[in-house]
Ligand binder design. Structure first.
Ligand SMILES: C[S@@+](CC[C@H](N)C(=O)[O-])C[C@H]1O[C@@H](n2cnc3c(N)ncnc32)[C@H](O)[C@@H]1O
Length: 288
């Protein structure tokens, strides 16, 4: 019962219209099926040149990132996810951020330059790119803290290979997520959502993302399989940078899951989850 999706005024990421975007996706033919296996016993198909076949219908993309949503992306790598939202989801209000400084980023991922330029050059001027943004302290960033967002997304959060010790890896990643949830909460619009995508597997289950979210007052609205084809042009970026020699590790091809979190009912009802009123505090430290 309580698991049912709310059908009241959802944020502009319209869950109401397409409650199962991933399922929709599966029903839709994918555009990369060039290698049609011809049925040899079909008289007509025998001589039909492939070039004359009608083009596949345009790909239906999920509406999680709606054109009118105000979107904040944290922890971008090469900004290919941000670029995909602009190019293919036609988002109009996007603030995309990276932990890395611009110089670090361009050294790690030279391809980021074009993606960043695309966001900054968005028609309508709704694209903002900020570097050096810690997802756990996002409130400190001038370009962000005065705004409210309908969707705050962190794709594949990971602290990187700082520790090879499994327990410590898990703990440090949990800490990253928890501080992200806490910092993002006051920046959400009244019905805004947090989006996090993680790889699937035992290691990631140890992170207990739902439990972490709950501890900060969020409830899980839904979760679904991540379909990379929904984000054309997106290539999962490794924290360390491009693999030299163009290695074969392709994160976007691994099974992954997207989680959608919202402020828990109890908090919303009692008002404790309300956006807190900001008082102007002169002299507060700016660390952006
Ligand atoms: C596996 S990569 C994923 C990058 C990108 N989101 C993507 O999907 O391609 C993990 C990212 O988390 C970022 N990250 C790690 N700690 C962070 C923090 N405290 N704040 C913001 N980003 C962080 C890293 O800089 C890295 O870009």
């Amino acid at each position: 019962m309580s698991k049912k999706r709310k059908h009241t005024s959802a944020p502009s990421s319209s869950f109401t219209k397409h409650p199962h975007p991933h399922k929709m996706q599966k029903l839709t033919p994918q555009p990369h099926h060039h290698h049609h296996h011809r049925k040899l016993n079909h008289p007509k198909s025998k001589h039909k040149p492939i070039a004359k076949q009608p083009p596949p219908p345009p790909q239906k993309l999920p509406t999680l990132f709606h054109p009118s949503s105000r979107i904040l992306l944290l922890g971008e790598g090469d900004f290919s996810f941000a670029a995909s939202l602009v190019r293919h989801h036609h988002v109009r209000h996007l603030t995309a951020t990276s932990l890395d400084s611009e110089a670090e980023l361009l050294e790690k991922y030279p391809q980021a330059a074009g993606n960043i330029a695309l966001v900054r050059g968005m028609v309508g001027g709704g694209g903002v790119v900020v570097h050096g943004v810690d997802a756990g302290a996002v409130e400190r960033v001038k370009a962000v803290r005065k705004r409210r967002f309908d969707v705050i997304a962190f794709m594949f959060p990971h602290i990187g290979g700082k520790s090879t010790h499994l327990d410590r890896q898990v703990r440090d990643n949990q800490q990253l997520l928890q501080s992200f949830f806490a910092a993002a909460k006051p920046l959400l619009s009244p019905r805004g959502v947090i989006v996090v995508t993680l790889f699937e597997g035992k290691h990631y289950e140890l992170w207990d993302i739902k439990g972490l979210a709950r501890a900060v007052g969020f409830q899980t609205r839904t979760s679904f399989k991540f379909v990379p084809e929904d984000y054309p042009g997106y290539a999962h970026a490794r924290t360390l940078g491009n693999i030299s020699g163009g290695g074969r590790w392709k994160g976007e091809e691994r099974d992954a899951r997207t989680f959608i979190f919202e402020v828990g009912d109890r908090e919303r009802d009692t008002g404790s989850g309300k956006q807190r009123k900001r008082k102007k505090r002169d002299g507060s430290p700016d660390e952006d």
